[in-house]
Design a protein around this ligand. Structure first.
Ligand code: UGA
Length: 485
């Protein structure tokens, strides 16, 4: 099928490359001419695993780029809208890009076209798109609008697209249903998985993707409800972690028990410094606003957002607990991205925490394997320093904070780290290490929802520190003069 994907951001570019990968002729469209020129030159504007390979494989073949919406629409049978829906100041999503694309599509429709809303939008947006298309002259009966929400995670977006746990087709007419079905047929029937050069499955099984056919409004709701539910799960576990920490329980043990109930599930139960990114913060807020507009008081979502902000403040409090005052303290930071595997710093808890530390007078040296170029636009060099690797970030520092769950941060040479640091204090907002291992390596290791472990080998750190959470081993022989006293 000939498909135009309007909007070449994270979702648009991944969707365009993956639609080409499963056999369609795709035009990736963006009004940003510089971005289109860069894509045509073979540059990849985002850090996303496997995307460069797919772009390379299909560019100039089944994948073309264009900055003209109208000519791309004229050539295509199906048009996916994947433009941004940023959060307006009111907390509601700003749908002006969707509206403007819809009005431009309208003028280019002469034969029947399927218009697929793939950007994350509030319920009833398909209805609004239909109105805009009509108002701007799209002939009645020549356009069909459907919702096909994406469930791509940054960092694994390509395999999430090609090996989805569900494909939701939100359709209100047979034309849309038939068109969307044939677009996804290679995944729904599994023919793509039989290809020798298919991108390998991240799982062991290669079961065909499950199609869920709903009406458009239900599909729109599925997207918002999914993200809101996942965000709620994170806020819930963070609160359980805070209770766990206060009483000396261990959140890992709690989660092992909690997550083994299949009705709850073990995923998305990692306690930490709260969720960030371009999706959860925006979508929870948007869903809350939509509910309010419908007269539904969904205050649970307001609480999810409140807990999420509080979790960042809670972490800064923990840094104060470990270091007492922050003015003049030298702090190393590992992680700037909102999660591991991406260079995206939008709504990153790491950035917010660093800004708070700097405000309180600490000097910060940070390292992130991918997000430093983007972070430098927000945290200008001069406000903080940037290191070349983890050990340089830790060098002669009073404490090291772990703020992003990069896999490589979980595999550090602890001995090297210990000798690099001024004080062996690690405050881990992502629970990447076993507390007992860190204690054995000589670190005073704070994490989230797990007891602090003090060993006899670190007596000098005991005195003068306001210990919270309660330590598991009280060091009888450790009441000497403390460096932090
Ligand atoms: C999220 C959803 O997971 C996708 O299904 C959805 O398609 C996407 O939003 C979207 O709407 O486009 P993403 O924002 O890439 O994907 O990131 P996640 O992997 O979901 O993580 C979100 C945040 O939650 C990160 O800051 C992460 O560190 C945090 N998190 C995640 C936790 O704190 N604990 C967990 O257990 C899981």
């Amino acid at each position: 099928m000939r498909i135009a994907v309007v909007g070449s951001g994270y979702v648009g570019l991944v969707s365009a490359a993956c639609l080409a990968e499963i056999g369609h002729d795709v035009i990736s469209v963006d009004t940003d001419t510089a971005k289109i020129a860069a894509l045509e030159r073979g540059e990849v504007p985002i850090h996303e695993g496997l995307l460069p390979q797919l772009l390379e494989r299909h560019r100039g073949n089944r994948l073309a780029f264009s900055s003209s919406i109208s000519s791309s629409v004229r050539e295509a049978e199906a048009i996916f809208i994947t433009v941004g829906t940023p959060q307006a100041e009111s907390g509601e999503p700003d749908l002006s890009y969707v509206e403007s694309v819809a009005s431009e599509i309208a003028s280019a429709i002469s034969e029947p076209k399927l218009i697929v809303e793939k950007s994350t939008v509030p319920v009833c947006t398909c209805e609004s798109i239909r109105k805009v298309l009509s108002l701007h002259g799209a002939p009645a009966g020549r356009f069909f609008v459907a919702s096909n929400p994406e469930f791509l995670r940054e960092g694994t977006a390509v395999t999430d697209f090609l090996y989805p746990n569900r494909i939701v087709l939100g359709v209100d007419d047979d034309f849309s249903a038939a068109m969307l079905y044939s677009i996804y047929q290679p995944l729904a029937q599994g023919t793509y998985y039989q290809k020798e050069d298919a991108i390998p499955s991240p799982r062991t099984g290669k079961d065909p993707a499950r199609l869920i056919v709903t009406n458009a409004k239900s599909a729109e709701l599925i997207k918002h409800a999914s993200n809101a539910f996942l965000a709620m799960k994170i806020s819930f576990i963070n609160m359980v972690a805070n209770v766990s920490e206060a009483v000396g329980a261990d959140i890992d043990q709690v989660c092992a028990g909690l997550g083994s109930d299949p009705r709850i599930g073990a995923q998305f139960l990692h306690a930490g410094i709260g969720y960030g990114g371009s999706c959860f913060p925006k979508d929870v807020s948007a869903f809350h606003s939509v509910a309010m507009q419908c007269g539904v008081d969904f205050s649970l979502l307001a609480e999810v957002m409140r807990v999420n902000s509080q979790q960042r403040r809670q972490f800064v409090k923990k840094v104060r607990t470990a270091l007492w005052t922050l003015r003049g303290k030298k702090i190393g930071v590992l992680g700037l991205a909102f999660k591991g595997g991406t260079d995206d710093i939008r709504e990153s808890p790491a950035i917010a925490i660093i800004q708070e530390l700097v405000k309180e007078g600490a000097s910060v040296c940070a390292y992130d394997p991918a997000a430093m170029p983007k972070a430098k636009e927000v945290l200008l060099p001069g406000i903080i320093q940037y290191a070349e690797n983890e050990y340089q970030a830790a060098s002669r520092r009073d404490a090291l904070l772990i703020l992003t769950e990069w896999e490589q941060f979980a595999a550090l040479d602890l001995q090297r780290l210990h000798s690099a640091m001024k004080l062996p204090i690690i405050i881990d907002g992502r629970n990447l290490y076993e507390p007992s291992r860190m204690a054995a390596a000589g670190f005073l290791y704070y994490s989230v929802g797990r007891p602090l472990q003090i060993t006899e080998s670190m007596p000098y750190l005991w005195h003068g520190i306001h210990l919270s959470p309660q330590p598991v081993t009280l060091p009888v022989a450790a009441r000497g003069a403390g460096v932090l006293a």
